[in-house]
Design a protein around this ligand. Structure first.
Ligand code: ADP
Ligand code: MG
Length: 728
């Protein structure tokens, strides 16, 4: 075996499951021990300081500097007791992942030496010299610095010896440079708008929370094999590799028993997660070999999103201890399932009602229907925006595969909910309804089966599916920051709810009774958003045709999909709801275009290098062996050699053809990059890379994968699919 691949294999064979120790027998005994949560705040903060933080969390009030000093002192005391030596403002720039810059708690002491110091000022605000983060031209060089500001609604936590303080990241002129700042705004907007609508049904509702329950899918690959694959380490996915004769055909991995090495890894991940207050609930094998899933109990959206960012980090760190690498890429292996991150989303009230749970009486069911219809309406109106929020270079590989393809956005409601919408559509008249008509309609609505929760049919092909008490936005990618999807969804729903209230109020002002006004507007919406409702097979060819007839958009090109952010309707939406002004939006979208282009560029470079350095030399080496063999036959057998060497001659020719094709296409791909790189405009550049560079990646791969099939296994330099997918 080629030396690198062989060495990797030897390491793999020597591996033993790493033993894991849980912090305590009962999870509840150590849950959130590394989080500065309410319980610890109560212990370490003065009453005033504690009340100020709670008020900030619950009501969004600002904390004044003096109080912040008190909070910092308490937080520092807790952190030092728990072994922290450093602190950092932890934030989520527009790159993948999170960012942190650690500072020690030390300051000069008047007595000489140092003391542990941490003030309200340092807690509340910092200026990381973070000018290298992408900002889409939002920061001019003369004001290149951004600053981070504390988000008290997400608690501080300790990782290792560092106290991490969740923060937003904004430019000096106030534009958001991260995911958290706009997410908080969107959550605030949906709270306000939803409370307004809830008031029609229940005056006690004063606060509405958006909830998020993510399901994180990932692959595990042995560290040694990973290291022997430059494409995996540099791009997160395999750019070449023939499919394994056996992969997921038998579905024997799905929900199967989890191998010991992996179980130990998962226990360790959960252990770390529990310490950070992440309520991990479910673990199981996924469809593809070596693919797994982890899901916590849902939480308030901002916190849940921080926890998802954290868990990706935990997965990466813990995997290293166990000799694994975690692949969060949406499609690390061609030909088998990729990974998503379903975003289970709902709204719930301070009175404890989940607004997407059908109620027990006509009134609460009216509320339920109001929220369902408005949500579907928002999805209908902003389908292009929702797609733009989830479609990235890596997630685009899941398009058109059997994996909740987001190319066409549609919403699944299930038989029962559809029946209810039909009921409203057919029974609400545009004229004034008679009391009998109203009573009968309400009675019918009241009869909505309470068992709906267990009764909802599932549809795994829908990008946006109702699942009994929530919607599941299934199209989100496994490596994504959920905030991108959550900003779009919550903003769209906030705007829609506000519009709904305006329309209902206008009717009420005209003397229409409240109930009837609500019915009438809902009926109108049900008619308008009908095209987005689809309960059939979202993977079928018929749906593509049907969706076109319905006027739904179908976009698979990432740069084109990103335009969904810049349409007049998206610009108007974001500025109306107060999330981004046009300049801010354009800046962020520019970052997305830049990321797309750079990812393709990196893949193209890596593929070019590997083609020329790994594949072509290997092919030529094997070809020489064949040539020697043929020469030998000729020497021994004379003219008879042609018959004897028959298929080897073909093989020699075949290798030459693949090698020539690879070399030519690598050259053409380099030329295509050179031409594209002349373009200055970021958006145009991304389109050029998509059109002229990206296609080579698949075309070159085709020839490499053919070579893998015919070249001596002993010579092949890269771990193969069957090796990476079946060793754990
Ligand atoms: P499935 O694979 O059947 O979709 P999982 O148990 O893997 O289910 O994940 C479901 C996720 O949805 C969990 O995180 C769960 O806490 C979350 N969830 C359940 N109810 C709600 C709700 N009302 N709002 C948001 N998320 C929810
Ligand atoms: Mg799910």
């Amino acid at each position: 075996m080629a030396s690198f691949r062989l060495a990797a294999f030897q390491k793999l064979l020597e591996r033993k499951p790493v033993e894991v120790k849980r912090e305590a027998d009962l999870t509840s005994d150590f849950y959130a021990c590394n989080v500065f949560d309410r319980k610890k705040m109560k212990k370490y903060l003065s009453r005033d300081a504690y009340n100020a933080v709670i008020d900030a969390i619950d009501n969004g009030t600002t904390i004044d500097r003096k109080v912040a000093d008190g909070i910092a002192t308490g937080m520092k005391a807790w952190a030092l007791e728990n072994g922290a030596t450093h602190y950092t403002h932890w934030f989520q720039p527009l790159t993948d992942g999170t960012a942190e810059k650690h500072d020690a708690f030390i300051d000069h002491s008047e007595m000489g030496g140092v003391v542990e110091a941490f003030s309200g000022k340092l807690l509340a605000q910092q200026e990381p010299d973070a000018s290298s983060f992408p900002n889409g031209g939002l920061r001019q060089t003369f004001e290149a610095r951004g600053y981070t500001a504390w988000d008290p609604s997400s608690p501080a936590f300790i990782i290792g010896t560092t106290l991490c303080i969740p923060t937003i990241f904004i430019s000096y002129t106030g534009e958001a440079l991260d995911y958290k700042a706009p997410l908080l705004k969107a959550l605030n907007a949906v709270d306000k708008a939803a409370v307004g609508v809830c008031q029609y049904f229940d005056k006690n509702v004063t606060k509405v929370y958006a909830n998020l329950g993510w399901e994180q899918e990932y692959f595990l690959v042995d560290e040694a094999l990973y290291q022997a694959r430059p494409d995996l380490s540099l791009t997160g996915r395999t750019l070449m590799g023939h499919s394994s004769s056996k992969d997921q055909q038998l579905s024997d991995h799905y929900f199967g028993s989890i191998p010991e090495r992996v179980t130990n890894f998962m226990i360790d991940v959960e252990n770390e997660a529990y310490k950070l207050g992440i309520p991990c609930k479910t673990r199981h094998n996924e469809v593809a070999p070596n693919q797994f899933e982890l899901a916590p109990i849902y939480e308030e959206c901002n916190l849940a999103n921080d926890h998802n960012q954290l868990i990706m980090d935990v997965l990466n760190r813990v995997a290293r201890h166990h000799g694994f690498r975690v692949l969060l890429h949406e499609k690390p292996f061609a030909g088998i399932n990729g990974s998503g991150k379903h975003n289970n989303w709902s709204l719930s009230t301070n009175t404890g009602v989940v607004l997407y749970s059908p109620g027990k009486n006509p009134k609460s069911n009216m509320q339920f229907l109001t929220f369902v219809v408005n949500t579907i309406m928002a999805v209908y109106k902003h389908q292009d925006l929702l797609r733009a929020s989830i479609l990235t270079a890596s997630n685009s590989h899941r398009l058109g595969g059997h994996e909740a393809p987001p190319a066409i956005v549609s919403a699944f409601l299930g038989t029962e909910v559809n029946k209810m919408l039909d009921l409203i559509e057919q029974n609400v008249s545009d004229k004034k309804m008679t009391p009998e008509e109203k009573t009968s309609l309400k009675l019918n609505i009241g009869r909505i089966p309470e068992i709906l929760l267990d009764n909802t049919d599932r549809n795994r092909t829908s990008p946006f599916a109702f699942t009994g008490n929530r919607f599941e936005f299934r199209a989100v990618g496994s490596s994504a920051n959920c905030a991108s999807a959550m900003i779009a969804l919550n903003t769209a729903v906030a705007d829609q709810l506000t519009e709904f209230k305006t329309e209902v109020d206008a009717l009420i002002d005209k003397g229409v009774k409240k109930d009837e006004a609500i019915f009438q507007v809902l009926k109108k919406y049900i008619g308008i958003c009908k095209p987005i409702r689809f309960d059939g097979n979202g993977y079928s060819e018929e749906w593509v045709k049907e969706a076109e007839k319905r006027g739904l958009t179908n976009i698979t090109c990432v740069p084109q999909s990103l335009q969904g952010y810049l349409s007049e309707s998206s610009k108007a939406l974001f500025s109306k709801v107060g999330i981004f002004d046009v300049k801010e939006l354009e800046g962020r979208v520019e970052v997305e275009y830049e990321k797309y282009m750079k990812k393709i560029q990196i893949e193209a470079r890596v593929l070019g290098d590997m083609s020329i350095n790994h594949i072509v030399p290997t092919a030529v080496k094997y070809q020489s062996v064949l040539v020697e063999n043929v020469k030998g036959l000729k020497e021994v057998f004379g003219d008879e050699y042609k018959t004897l060497a028959g298929n080897r001659l073909e093989l020699i020719r075949e290798i030459s053809e693949h090698v020539t094709a690879i070399k030519n296409m690598v050259n053409e791909m380099v030329e295509a990059r050179k031409v594209a790189n002349q373009i200055e405009d970021t958006v145009e550049l991304a389109f050029a890379y998509d059109k002229t560079v990206r296609p080579y990646i698949g075309k070159i791969r085709y020839h490499i994968d053919k070579l893998e099939l015919i070249i001596d296994d002993e010579l092949w330099p890269l771990p193969k699919y069957r090796e990476m997918l079946f060793n754990r």
